[in-house]
Design a protein around this ligand. Structure first.
Ligand SMILES: O=C(O)CCC(=O)C(=O)O
Length: 259
């Protein structure tokens, strides 16, 4: 997991122009099998107390989301701390990369709802917000039928848009009229392949209309030097006492993962 993935200067330029990139075969089949096993076991363990018969909120209907697995599950750690991914994130951002958090995103068969168009970074207690990047790894093939992702090219340049409420989404053209006329790029992924997207790029995933779980694992990176602005977030709220508003997010929960 620490061997380098060759990234060309064209790929870096494409990412910086569009705000996302598709990188095929980021994992060997053995690495994919190990990651799938680690992540699916962690999701299973973290779900033991969830009542399967509860009425799900509209947010919970989008996906099963388990955050920061690496901090609780030994088997997930090496995947999240992977230098291969961290070095790609650093090259795309143009700075050293720290982990912000990871998340399993499992869209349930038939019932998994669409993930509305949104940007990510506005939800995060970070300053500045321009470069954060997410690797979204397909643990099973991600297809149009089971809810693969789509991106709006160039929208990472839109820095002042009101955050979309994922539970009760506003119309994309109301929050970001500048996106009218842009053509979404939909990317189906083979298991073991990934996309990277800038946290400001508008993205979307369709509902899961298939018989199988859409299993994805995302690792989110922030540039070294990103500071904490004190806004509430599930990752930082748990360690609030160790953080200073205006101070760098540089504790052991946010390790450097690039050379
Ligand atoms: O997995 C999904 O449906 C959406 C993922 C997403 O929004 C993200 O990784 O930022």
């Amino acid at each position: 997991m620490n061997s380098d993935y060759p990234l060309t200067t064209e790929q870096i330029a494409t990412y910086q122009r569009d705000g996302f990139i598709h990188l095929p075969d980021i994992l060997s089949s053995a690495e994919l099998a190990a990651m799938r096993e680690a992540v699916t076991s962690a999701v299973r363990e973290d779900s033991v107390n969830d009542d399967p018969n509860r009425v799900k909120s509209s947010y919970e209907q989008i996906f099963i989301q388990k955050v920061n697995l690496w901090a609780r599950h030994q088997n997930v750690r090496p995947h999240v701390l992977s230098k291969r991914f961290g070095n790609i994130a650093a090259k795309l951002m143009g700075t050293r990369a720290r982990i912000w958090h990871d998340q399993a995103l499992f869209k349930e068969p038939h019932t998994g709802a669409k993930t509305p168009w949104h940007q990510d970074t506005p939800y995060w207690p970070h300053e500045p917000k321009r470069l954060q990047t997410t690797i979204w790894i397909a643990l099973r093939d991600a297809t149009i039928q089971n809810g693969c992702m789509s991106f709006l090219p160039g929208t990472h340049q839109l820095l002042d848009i009101e955050p979309v409420n994922l539970a009760n989404p506003q119309d994309l053209y109301d929050v970001a009229p500048q996106t009218r006329g842009l053509k979404p790029v939909t990317i189906e992924l083979k298991a073991g392949s990934c996309t990277f997207h800038n946290g400001m790029t508008f993205h979307y995933a369709g509902p899961n209309r298939s018989d199988g779980m859409r299993e994805a694992f995302a690792i989110i990176y922030m540039p070294d030097g990103t500071t904490y602005n004190g806004v509430g977030h599930v990752v930082t709220d748990q360690v609030k006492d160790t953080l200073k508003v205006g101070g760098a997010l540089d504790t052991s929960l946010f390790p450097i993962v690039s050379d």
